[in-house]
Design a protein around this ligand. Structure first.
Ligand SMILES: C[S@@+](CC[C@H](N)C(=O)[O-])C[C@H]1O[C@@H](n2cnc3c(N)ncnc32)[C@H](O)[C@@H]1O
Length: 215
């Protein structure tokens, strides 16, 4: 088992080759399909994709919503998404540079916040959920995917990995603490991946949905 580390991962260095990994592209497609199953998407929704990367998930959801804003702390990743927005002449997709860990919050108000495979890169899960709460309209929803608890094999190099997956029950508690209700989970996909010295391994990816509670 490899250990998680405190250093951050340099996503700028990975941006150019990010979409060349078919497993990663399939994972984003599977998560998008799960979100489409679990949430009533409509052309009345303004959506935020937290940790959007190159926009693999953002662009899968774009046709179903009024607008979608991809936020990320990597200019390299956002640059790749911006290229896609321009080459496809998309007028309902926006980007914002946001580094949650450095206290730079996102701008705007949203009906839905989605996120895929980003939560394990953020040390303060409760703080992030509280930030999401403030960005949502009343009755707004979050719907995010990440790894179920794993043994550290998923990344190999765990630089910038602050959580080796998540226990769903613990995440539900944290969502309630941040002010969310109607919390539910499902399995978005099982990702098969070659792990050095172990052959092919299967990693379970959950999708968790919750609503901003109004008191
Ligand atoms: C594993 S990638 C996932 C990207 C994309 N969601 C996908 O599925 O292809 C995690 C993304 O989260 C971003 N990220 C990590 N920490 C962040 C933070 N504190 N604030 C905003 N974005 C962050 C990274 O730059 C990276 O693009």
């Amino acid at each position: 088992m490899t250990e998680k580390t405190e250093a951050r991962k340099d996503f700028d260095k990975e941006a150019a080759e990010w979409d060349a990994n078919p497993g990663r592209v399939k994972l984003a497609s599977d998560v998008a399909a799960a979100i489409i199953r679990e949430v009533d998407l409509s052309r009345e929704l303004d959506v935020l994709d937290f940790g959007c990367g190159t926009g693999l998930l953002t662009l899968k959801l774009q046709p179903f919503v009024r607008s979608i804003t991809g936020v990320d702390s990597s200019q390299g990743m956002l640059g790749r998404l911006q290229q896609k927005i321009e080459s496809q002449a998309l007028d309902n997709v926006h980007t914002q540079f946001v580094d949650f860990e450095k206290g730079q919050g996102a701008q705007g108000s949203y009906h839905l916040i989605v996120s895929s495979m980003t939560l394990h890169h953020v040390p303060d899960t409760l703080g992030l959920f509280r930030e999401w709460f403030t960005l949502l309209h009343p009755q707004g929803q979050v719907c995010f995917a990440d790894l179920d608890t794993e043994d550290g094999s998923f990344h190999g190099d765990n630089t910038g990995v602050f959580h080796l997956g998540f226990e769903r029950a613990k995440l539900k508690q944290i969502l309630h603490e941040a002010g969310f209700c109607d919390v539910r989970d499902t399995t978005a996909t099982i990702m098969k991946k070659e792990v050095a010295g172990q052959g092919e391994r299967a990693f379970s990816v959950f999708l968790m949905t919750a609503t901003r509670c109004e008191v």
